[in-house]
Design a binder for this molecule. Sequence first.
Ligand SMILES: [Zn+2]
Length: 280
Amino acid sequence: MICNALSVDVEDWFQVGAFENTINRDDWEGLTRRVEINTDACLELFSETGLKATFFILGWVAERHPSLIRRISDAGHEIASHGYGHERVFKMTPAEFADNIARTRKLLEDASGQAVTGYRAPSFSIDARTPWAHETLAAADYAYSSSVAPVKHDHYGWPEAPRFAFRPITGSDLIELPVTTAQFAGCTLAAGGGGFFRLLPYQFSTWAIRQVNAAGAPASFYFHPWEIDPDQPRVVDAPLRSRIRHYTKLDAMAGKLRKLTTEFAWGRYDAIVADLAKSL
Ligand SMILES: [Zn+2]
Protein backbone atom coordinates (compact mmCIF):
# COMPACT_ATOMS: atom_id res chain seq x y z
CA MET A 1 0.00 0.00 0.00
CA ILE A 2 1.50 3.37 -1.05
CA CYS A 3 1.75 6.05 1.63
CA ASN A 4 0.10 9.23 0.34
CA ALA A 5 0.98 12.80 1.36
CA LEU A 6 -1.67 14.56 3.45
CA SER A 7 -1.64 18.30 4.08
CA VAL A 8 -3.66 21.00 5.80
CA ASP A 9 -3.26 24.56 4.46
CA VAL A 10 -3.64 26.57 7.66
CA GLU A 11 -5.34 29.88 6.89
CA ASP A 12 -8.54 31.51 8.12
CA TRP A 13 -11.88 31.85 6.31
CA PHE A 14 -11.14 35.47 5.34
CA GLN A 15 -7.69 34.76 3.86
CA VAL A 16 -8.70 32.56 0.93
CA GLY A 17 -7.92 33.52 -2.66
CA ALA A 18 -11.63 33.51 -3.58
CA PHE A 19 -12.36 36.47 -1.27
CA GLU A 20 -9.24 38.53 -1.99
CA ASN A 21 -11.17 41.13 -3.97
CA THR A 22 -13.98 41.33 -1.39
CA ILE A 23 -12.15 41.42 1.95
CA ASN A 24 -9.46 44.04 2.37
CA ARG A 25 -6.19 42.75 3.84
CA ASP A 26 -6.14 45.78 6.17
CA ASP A 27 -9.39 44.54 7.75
CA TRP A 28 -8.10 41.03 8.62
CA GLU A 29 -7.08 42.07 12.13
CA GLY A 30 -10.64 42.98 13.11
CA LEU A 31 -12.34 39.79 11.84
CA THR A 32 -13.43 36.87 14.00
CA ARG A 33 -10.72 34.23 13.90
CA ARG A 34 -11.75 30.59 13.57
CA VAL A 35 -8.38 29.12 12.60
CA GLU A 36 -7.41 27.91 16.07
CA ILE A 37 -10.63 26.04 16.87
CA ASN A 38 -10.78 24.57 13.36
CA THR A 39 -7.14 23.45 13.30
CA ASP A 40 -7.61 21.86 16.72
CA ALA A 41 -10.55 19.94 15.21
CA CYS A 42 -8.20 18.69 12.45
CA LEU A 43 -5.71 17.53 15.10
CA GLU A 44 -8.52 15.74 16.91
CA LEU A 45 -9.63 14.03 13.69
CA PHE A 46 -6.07 12.87 12.87
CA SER A 47 -5.57 11.59 16.42
CA GLU A 48 -8.42 9.10 15.88
CA THR A 49 -6.22 7.08 13.52
CA GLY A 50 -2.84 8.36 14.71
CA LEU A 51 -1.87 9.55 11.23
CA LYS A 52 0.80 12.22 10.82
CA ALA A 53 0.38 14.99 8.24
CA THR A 54 2.01 18.21 7.05
CA PHE A 55 0.56 21.59 8.05
CA PHE A 56 1.45 24.38 5.58
CA ILE A 57 0.90 27.43 7.80
CA LEU A 58 0.69 31.17 7.11
CA GLY A 59 3.24 33.31 8.97
CA TRP A 60 0.35 35.66 9.79
CA VAL A 61 -1.34 32.83 11.69
CA ALA A 62 1.87 31.73 13.46
CA GLU A 63 2.48 35.30 14.63
CA ARG A 64 -0.92 35.45 16.34
CA HIS A 65 -1.31 31.81 17.44
CA PRO A 66 2.16 30.50 18.40
CA SER A 67 0.70 28.03 20.92
CA LEU A 68 -1.35 26.44 18.10
CA ILE A 69 1.84 25.90 16.08
CA ARG A 70 3.43 24.26 19.11
CA ARG A 71 0.40 21.95 19.58
CA ILE A 72 0.57 20.83 15.93
CA SER A 73 4.29 20.13 16.29
CA ASP A 74 3.92 18.35 19.64
CA ALA A 75 1.31 16.04 18.08
CA GLY A 76 4.00 14.77 15.69
CA HIS A 77 2.99 16.64 12.52
CA GLU A 78 5.27 18.49 10.13
CA ILE A 79 5.36 22.29 10.35
CA ALA A 80 5.80 23.79 6.87
CA SER A 81 5.38 27.19 5.23
CA HIS A 82 2.41 28.60 3.30
CA GLY A 83 4.00 32.07 3.01
CA TYR A 84 3.27 35.02 5.27
CA GLY A 85 -0.08 36.51 4.28
CA HIS A 86 -1.28 34.36 1.36
CA GLU A 87 0.44 36.55 -1.25
CA ARG A 88 0.54 34.78 -4.62
CA VAL A 89 4.11 34.12 -5.77
CA PHE A 90 3.57 35.51 -9.29
CA LYS A 91 2.55 38.86 -7.76
CA MET A 92 5.86 39.20 -5.88
CA THR A 93 9.35 40.11 -7.06
CA PRO A 94 12.06 37.52 -6.37
CA ALA A 95 13.35 39.72 -3.51
CA GLU A 96 9.87 40.08 -1.98
CA PHE A 97 9.39 36.32 -2.21
CA ALA A 98 12.73 35.65 -0.48
CA ASP A 99 11.74 38.05 2.34
CA ASN A 100 8.27 36.55 2.60
CA ILE A 101 9.51 32.97 3.05
CA ALA A 102 12.34 33.97 5.43
CA ARG A 103 9.98 35.91 7.70
CA THR A 104 7.47 33.05 7.73
CA ARG A 105 10.08 30.39 8.40
CA LYS A 106 11.40 32.29 11.43
CA LEU A 107 7.89 32.64 12.91
CA LEU A 108 7.17 28.93 12.38
CA GLU A 109 10.52 27.72 13.70
CA ASP A 110 10.39 30.00 16.77
CA ALA A 111 6.87 28.82 17.62
CA SER A 112 7.44 25.10 16.99
CA GLY A 113 11.11 24.46 17.67
CA GLN A 114 11.01 22.41 14.44
CA ALA A 115 13.11 23.08 11.32
CA VAL A 116 10.95 24.14 8.35
CA THR A 117 12.00 22.49 5.07
CA GLY A 118 8.75 22.46 3.07
CA TYR A 119 6.83 25.20 1.26
CA ARG A 120 3.46 25.45 -0.47
CA ALA A 121 2.68 28.53 -2.55
CA PRO A 122 -0.70 30.18 -1.82
CA SER A 123 -3.21 29.17 -4.52
CA PHE A 124 -0.53 26.99 -6.21
CA SER A 125 1.00 30.19 -7.59
CA ILE A 126 4.35 28.82 -8.75
CA ASP A 127 3.87 28.46 -12.49
CA ALA A 128 5.35 29.38 -15.87
CA ARG A 129 5.47 33.06 -14.77
CA THR A 130 7.84 32.36 -11.86
CA PRO A 131 10.88 30.46 -13.20
CA TRP A 132 12.93 31.98 -10.31
CA ALA A 133 10.74 30.72 -7.45
CA HIS A 134 12.16 27.21 -7.13
CA GLU A 135 15.67 28.67 -7.26
CA THR A 136 14.83 30.99 -4.37
CA LEU A 137 13.54 28.02 -2.35
CA ALA A 138 16.67 25.97 -3.15
CA ALA A 139 18.92 28.89 -2.19
CA ALA A 140 17.09 29.06 1.16
CA ASP A 141 17.77 25.32 1.69
CA TYR A 142 14.23 24.04 1.36
CA ALA A 143 14.05 20.28 0.75
CA TYR A 144 10.79 20.43 -1.17
CA SER A 145 7.94 22.50 -2.53
CA SER A 146 4.35 21.42 -3.18
CA SER A 147 3.29 24.52 -5.06
CA VAL A 148 2.44 23.42 -8.59
CA ALA A 149 -0.96 22.43 -9.98
CA PRO A 150 -0.32 20.84 -13.40
CA VAL A 151 -3.82 21.73 -14.68
CA LYS A 152 -5.82 24.44 -16.39
CA HIS A 153 -8.00 26.21 -13.81
CA ASP A 154 -9.60 29.66 -13.67
CA HIS A 155 -7.45 30.80 -10.73
CA TYR A 156 -4.21 28.84 -11.15
CA GLY A 157 -2.34 26.13 -12.98
CA TRP A 158 0.78 25.21 -14.91
CA PRO A 159 -0.55 22.64 -17.40
CA GLU A 160 2.90 21.87 -18.87
CA ALA A 161 4.45 20.90 -15.51
CA PRO A 162 5.07 17.21 -14.67
CA ARG A 163 2.23 15.52 -12.77
CA PHE A 164 4.49 13.60 -10.41
CA ALA A 165 7.46 14.57 -8.21
CA PHE A 166 10.37 16.15 -10.08
CA ARG A 167 13.57 18.13 -9.54
CA PRO A 168 12.81 21.61 -10.92
CA ILE A 169 16.46 22.76 -10.92
CA THR A 170 19.30 20.82 -12.49
CA GLY A 171 22.02 20.15 -9.94
CA SER A 172 19.82 20.93 -6.93
CA ASP A 173 18.26 18.46 -4.47
CA LEU A 174 15.02 20.47 -4.26
CA ILE A 175 11.97 18.37 -5.10
CA GLU A 176 8.60 19.63 -6.31
CA LEU A 177 5.69 17.36 -5.40
CA PRO A 178 2.71 18.77 -7.36
CA VAL A 179 -0.84 18.53 -6.12
CA THR A 180 -2.59 15.39 -7.38
CA THR A 181 -4.27 15.30 -10.77
CA ALA A 182 -6.04 12.49 -12.57
CA GLN A 183 -6.33 11.73 -16.26
CA PHE A 184 -9.58 11.05 -18.02
CA ALA A 185 -10.34 11.00 -21.76
CA GLY A 186 -7.10 12.80 -22.57
CA CYS A 187 -7.71 15.58 -20.01
CA THR A 188 -5.83 16.30 -16.79
CA LEU A 189 -8.21 16.99 -13.91
CA ALA A 190 -7.47 18.67 -10.58
CA ALA A 191 -8.06 16.00 -7.96
CA GLY A 192 -5.86 16.90 -5.00
CA GLY A 193 -8.50 17.86 -2.47
CA GLY A 194 -9.84 21.19 -1.24
CA GLY A 195 -13.01 22.24 -3.03
CA PHE A 196 -12.80 19.34 -5.47
CA PHE A 197 -12.96 16.84 -2.62
CA ARG A 198 -15.68 18.77 -0.79
CA LEU A 199 -17.95 19.53 -3.77
CA LEU A 200 -17.62 16.39 -5.92
CA PRO A 201 -18.78 12.90 -4.94
CA TYR A 202 -16.41 11.08 -2.58
CA GLN A 203 -15.75 8.41 -5.23
CA PHE A 204 -14.14 10.96 -7.56
CA SER A 205 -11.27 11.46 -5.11
CA THR A 206 -10.81 7.78 -4.30
CA TRP A 207 -10.77 6.99 -8.05
CA ALA A 208 -8.09 9.67 -8.59
CA ILE A 209 -5.93 8.50 -5.68
CA ARG A 210 -6.15 4.89 -6.88
CA GLN A 211 -5.17 5.97 -10.40
CA VAL A 212 -2.08 7.80 -9.09
CA ASN A 213 -1.13 4.92 -6.78
CA ALA A 214 -1.53 2.46 -9.68
CA ALA A 215 1.18 4.47 -11.47
CA GLY A 216 3.42 3.85 -8.45
CA ALA A 217 3.19 7.45 -7.15
CA PRO A 218 1.88 8.89 -3.87
CA ALA A 219 -1.12 11.22 -3.99
CA SER A 220 -0.56 14.80 -2.80
CA PHE A 221 -3.76 15.86 -1.05
CA TYR A 222 -4.82 19.02 0.80
CA PHE A 223 -7.73 20.67 2.60
CA HIS A 224 -8.27 23.76 4.78
CA PRO A 225 -9.39 24.07 8.42
CA TRP A 226 -12.28 26.36 7.39
CA GLU A 227 -13.67 23.57 5.20
CA ILE A 228 -14.83 21.63 8.27
CA ASP A 229 -16.50 24.70 9.82
CA PRO A 230 -20.19 25.18 8.88
CA ASP A 231 -20.44 27.95 11.54
CA GLN A 232 -17.93 30.36 10.01
CA PRO A 233 -19.11 33.93 9.25
CA ARG A 234 -20.61 34.39 5.77
CA VAL A 235 -19.13 36.85 3.25
CA VAL A 236 -22.40 37.98 1.67
CA ASP A 237 -20.96 40.44 -0.87
CA ALA A 238 -18.52 37.98 -2.49
CA PRO A 239 -19.22 36.85 -6.09
CA LEU A 240 -21.85 34.10 -6.30
CA ARG A 241 -19.39 31.61 -7.79
CA SER A 242 -16.96 32.17 -4.89
CA ARG A 243 -19.75 31.76 -2.34
CA ILE A 244 -20.95 28.51 -3.91
CA ARG A 245 -17.40 27.12 -3.94
CA HIS A 246 -16.65 28.23 -0.40
CA TYR A 247 -19.85 27.34 1.47
CA THR A 248 -21.18 24.18 -0.19
CA LYS A 249 -21.07 20.93 1.80
CA LEU A 250 -19.03 22.27 4.73
CA ASP A 251 -21.11 20.16 7.12
CA ALA A 252 -20.27 16.90 5.30
CA MET A 253 -16.51 17.55 5.06
CA ALA A 254 -15.34 16.11 8.41
CA GLY A 255 -17.18 12.84 7.75
CA LYS A 256 -15.70 12.57 4.26
CA LEU A 257 -12.21 13.21 5.60
CA ARG A 258 -12.67 10.59 8.29
CA LYS A 259 -13.58 8.08 5.60
CA LEU A 260 -10.65 9.04 3.37
CA THR A 261 -8.09 8.89 6.17
CA THR A 262 -9.13 5.34 7.04
CA GLU A 263 -9.40 4.11 3.43
CA PHE A 264 -5.81 4.99 2.41
CA ALA A 265 -2.38 5.21 4.09
CA TRP A 266 -1.23 8.79 4.78
CA GLY A 267 1.95 10.47 5.97
CA ARG A 268 3.99 13.68 6.19
CA TYR A 269 5.36 15.32 3.04
CA ASP A 270 8.94 15.46 4.38
CA ALA A 271 9.06 11.66 4.86
CA ILE A 272 7.42 10.92 1.50
CA VAL A 273 9.69 13.34 -0.36
CA ALA A 274 12.81 11.83 1.30
CA ASP A 275 11.65 8.45 0.02
CA LEU A 276 10.95 9.76 -3.51
CA ALA A 277 14.38 11.42 -3.59
CA LYS A 278 16.05 8.00 -3.69
CA SER A 279 14.61 7.26 -7.13
CA LEU A 280 14.59 10.74 -8.74
ZN1 LIG B 1 -3.93 28.77 0.95
